[in-house]
Write a protein that binds this ligand. Structure first.
Ligand code: NDP
Length: 492
């Protein structure tokens, strides 16, 4: 044995090597210098006369000038949507509406590279995600709801489904094109027309989408896009010509909107924040679960309403899970969103970065232990390193509040009952994940978790056929699937 030891050749030290840069070309997208509002099928100057600059969060460089819509502009857009509704769209047979929506889906796919680059430039998300997730799933939503447009009578037999009229849709900055698709596709498939407001930080893919509507020959007024800030959104909510408000964003603004529409007869759906528990049992396939934890919290820089931001690990595998997780975290590549090797891109805005920093500081102050990966963050732009907090008490702000950044809080549990109790100990109820080899345990947990979506041995899976939405402060109403149609229909 001793001789063998002598002859053993030591393993060579791992080679130091770097990924070669793999940048996606920015040339596939050409932004206009200035974008007006998309009203009545064409770009128009804002009556407000106001414009602002939209930037690239990774570099803080200017990308384009964009119009700010105020009351009088909203009035024009709602008027155009009303015309579109009454003078054609709502009366078209479903099979005709479907042709336009199919055309939109196909054009999105044909222009997918352009949309992916535009999305990454304006939002900061990695091209790998905008190319493989945002754009294809957005197109899939249009394909899916095109399929329903002429089958509404079958979806709701004996209920005589009718469109609502004009839908005002307000979307956030974390999935600009995908949220647009979630909102517009079911609304127009049901025969409604829409006025959509993207977030002021990420208007560009919505404005490119306006061009897709033109290319598809969509009748004027069916889709109207108004850009601007929170005041623009508030003006939409107040406008008496809007029949339904669909909102995705923060719980605070969602509550304001609910108060504003109370008593007006406007229909409302709210998709708000989340603080999902990703629950790991000791019988799971741990390497697979670690991938799920990573995907759950670092996908889209953690700027995801259904992010698995609270990791609940069974106590018996705590050390092992944490050591595997930290090792895997250290392989994440943070940087240029347009590099195809990038895993974690830029934070969407300075305000969001400051919100993340403030909450992370509160975690330190309250006594949690922080681990951050060593990575060189660019000098310009908005960046935050992947972060894990351990020694977290349930009462800490980092365990209660939505951080909306690449920050994970780890808690432990001993029994399934305790896992359920801790998972449900939140004001939110949007999503959860369960990792175990026992199918029966996944079902047992799913019955008890107060969350709109429960993923079993996976996380952050989206499918147009599957409904998505929350309980409690995560909002109400469902998007996706047959359920998603109901939000845009009334029944006679
Ligand atoms: P907001 O809720 O402010 O933004 C969502 C959308 O609502 C945007 O289009 C926004 O416009 C618009 N808006 C803002 N104020 C009003 C208003 N009073 N009436 C109508 N519309 C309004 O989210 P923030 O960007 O401020 O993000 C804050 C926090 O919210 C995040 O840290 C995160 O925790 C959470 N959030 C949750 C999201 C989710 O998917 N559930 C998405 C985004 C944020 P504009 O952006 O132009 O101001």
């Amino acid at each position: 044995m001793a001789d063998l030891e002598k002859t053993r050749v030591p393993a060579p030290a791992p080679l130091e090597w770097e990924y070669a840069p793999a940048p996606e070309s920015r040339d596939v997208v050409r932004f206009q210098e200035r974008y007006g509002l998309f009203v009545g099928g064409e770009q128009v100057e804002p009556l407000s006369g106001e414009w602002y600059s939209t930037i690239e969060p990774a570099t803080e460089e200017h990308l384009a000038e964009v119009a700010t819509a105020r009351e009088e502009d909203i009035d024009l857009a709602v008027g155009s949507a009303r015309d579109g509704f009454e003078n054609g769209w709502s009366k078209l047979p479903g099979s005709e509406r479907a042709k336009y929506i199919f055309r939109i889906a196909r054009i999105l796919l044909e222009r997918s590279r352009e949309f992916a680059v535009a999305e990454s430039l304006n939002s900061g998300k990695p091209i790998r995600e905008s190319r493989d997730v945002d754009v294809p799933i957005a197109a899939a939503h249009f394909f899916y709801y095109a399929g329903w447009a002429d089958k509404l009578e079958y979806a709701f037999p004996n209920r005589r489904p009718q469109p609502l009229g004009v839908a005002g849709q307000i979307i956030p900055w974390n999935f600009p094109l995908l949220m647009l698709a979630w909102k517009i596709a079911p609304a127009i498939a049901c025969g409604n027309t829409v006025v959509l407001k993207p977030s002021h930080t990420t208007p560009l893919t919505a404005l490119l989408f306006a061009d897709v509507c033109r290319q598809a020959g969509l009748p004027p007024g069916v889709v109207n896009i108004v850009t601007g800030d929170g005041r623009t959104g508030a003006a939409m909510v107040r406008h008496p010509g809007i029949d339904k408000i669909a909102f995705t964003g923060s719980t605070g603004v969602g509550k304001d909107i609910q108060r504003a529409v109370a008593g007006t007869g406007k229909r409302l759906t709210l998709e708000l924040g989340g603080k999902a528990a990703n629950i790991v049992f000791d019988d799971c396939a741990l390497d697979q679960a670690v991938e799920g934890i990573i995907n759950g919290i670092y996908f889209n820089q953690g700027e995801v309403c259904c992010a698995g931001s609270r990791l609940l690990v069974q106590e018996s595998i705590y050390e092992q899970t944490l050591s595997k997780l930290k090792r895997r975290m250290s392989t994440l590549r943070v940087g240029d969103p347009l590099d195809k090797n990038t895993d974690v891109g830029a934070i969407n805005s300075r305000e969001q970065l400051e919100r993340i920093e403030e909450l992370v500081q509160s975690g330190r102050d309250e006594g949690a232990e922080i681990f951050q990966t060593e990575c060189v963050l660019p000098d310009r732009g908005f960046w935050f390193a992947p972060t894990v907090f351990t020694n977290v008490a349930q009462s800490y702000r980092i365990a209660q509040e939505e951080i909306f950044g690449p920050v994970l809080s780890v808690l432990t549990f001993r029994t399934p009952e305790e896992a359920v109790e801790k998972a449900n100990n939140t004001a939110y109820g949007l999503s959860a994940g369960v990792w175990t080899e026992k199918g029966s345990r996944i079902l047992w947990m799913a019955e008890r978790l107060r969350a709109g979506v429960v993923w079993g041995n996976t996380f952050n899976r989206f499918d147009p056929a599957s409904p998505f939405g929350g309980y409690k402060e995560s909002g109400f109403g469902r998007e996706g699937g047959r359920h998603g149609l109901e939000a845009y229909l009334r029944f006679e």
